[in-house]
Design a binder for this molecule. Structure first.
Ligand SMILES: Nc1ncnc2c1ncn2[C@@H]1O[C@H](COP(=O)(O)OP(=O)(O)O)[C@@H](O)[C@H]1O
Ligand SMILES: [Mg+2]
Length: 308
């Protein structure tokens, strides 16, 4: 199946010479919720702005629903809805007016039934005649989503949808996103909250310093979380792992003083007993043993911090 979004070797150097994106490659599948997770300044908004045509890329190609954003911009842009990071709304307009006006901006003919559906899906129908300025923060965010959905996009970008939002509103937003996906919209959201990516996404991409350093199914990431490491400190350093221990797929620390064994916590057999016998048979003497279980947070912090 063709991806709904494909980003190939996209780079961005701002006019001040700062390279905000190294070559980025990313492919988004129809119907998924993809979370782009990264710390502030990683390049999330830059990437989204390029895909949506608000910022020029320095090189590379972007295709949305098969349309090249360079040569078929209008068709590509029409397939996209964007909920920007910065909240902006016309305070004096009513909910209905602002959302139906947005649709018109894309040259789409008036369709009151669609606007009604969007407002109902976002629990905004009762507020349709209210002026934006009278709404709560959470409702204003919903209005921005409604605007982004007004022209029936197939791919919705939510740039930090819950930054600075309290916990209750965040959960509310998560429910909204899930129900949008059920209605058939593909969603790419950015976040710097690990919990958010874990809660909502089907796949997670980690971006750091303008580089996507990992893309993985959430299930696979969670499986990694279900793995533990047994760290065996040795009395004397090893130059290499003895061949007889190869089946355990151990890793040796750089200084040769520790072996690490990874095992699944859910499995019936951990293999630890066999490993310990193997170590004894190989004449390796142990100094200490400890276990470590990584969390998504560890994986993220490792990826973000420890890379050059
Ligand atoms: N117009 C600009 N000119 C120069 N640098 C910019 C500009 N916009 C953003 N940057 C820089 O690019 C980097 C990525 O920014 P951004 O894409 O907003 O990150 P994120 O959304 O992940 O927080 C940051 O270091 C930011 O300071
Ligand atoms: Mg941003």
């Amino acid at each position: 199946m063709d991806p709904i979004l494909s980003v190939e070797n996209v780079t961005k150097t701002y006019t001040n010479g700062f390279q905000a994106l190294k070559p980025v490659n990313l492919s988004i599948r129809k119907g998924e919720i993809f979370a782009l997770l990264g710390p502030n300044g990683a390049g999330k908004t830059t990437l989204i702005s390029i895909i949506c045509g608000l910022t020029n890329r320095s090189s590379g190609t972007v295709r949305v629903a098969g349309h090249d954003i360079g040569t078929e911009f209008r068709a590509a842009r029409a397939a996209i809805g964007l909920v920007p990071q910065e909240l902006t709304a016309d305070a004096f307009e009513t909910v209905w007016a602002t959302v139906s006006f947005s649709r018109g901006l894309f040259g789409k003919p008036r369709n009151d039934a669609h606007i009604e559906k969007v407002l109902r899906d976002l629990s905004l129908w009762d507020k349709r005649d209210s002026k934006i300025m009278t709404l709560s923060g959470g409702m204003k965010r919903r209005v921005l989503i409604a605007k982004a959905l007004s022209h029936e996009p197939r791919l919705l970008f939510l740039d930090e949808p819950t930054a600075g939002v309290d916990v209750e509103l965040r959960r509310d937003m998560w429910r909204v996103v899930q129900s949008l996906r059920e209605s058939g919209v593909t969603i790419l959201l950015t976040t710097h909250y690990i919990e958010e990516a874990q809660e909502m996404a089907d796949r997670i991409g980690v971006i750091r310093s303008g580089e996507i350093i990992l893309v993985e199914d959430k299930a696979t990431l969670m499986q990694k979380l279900g793995r533990k490491q047994l760290i065996i400190e040795l009395q004397e350093p090893l130059d290499a792992i003895p061949a007889a221990l190869a089946p355990f797929e151990l890793t040796l620390s750089a200084d040769g003083t520790a072996l690490t064994y990874a095992y699944a916590t859910g499995g019936e057999r951990t293999g630890i007993t066999a490993l310990l016998s193997g170590l004894e048979a190989a004449g390796i003497r142990l100094h200490d043993i400890r276990t470590h279980q990584s969390t998504l947070e560890d994986i993220f912090i490792d990826l973000v911090r420890s890379r050059p």
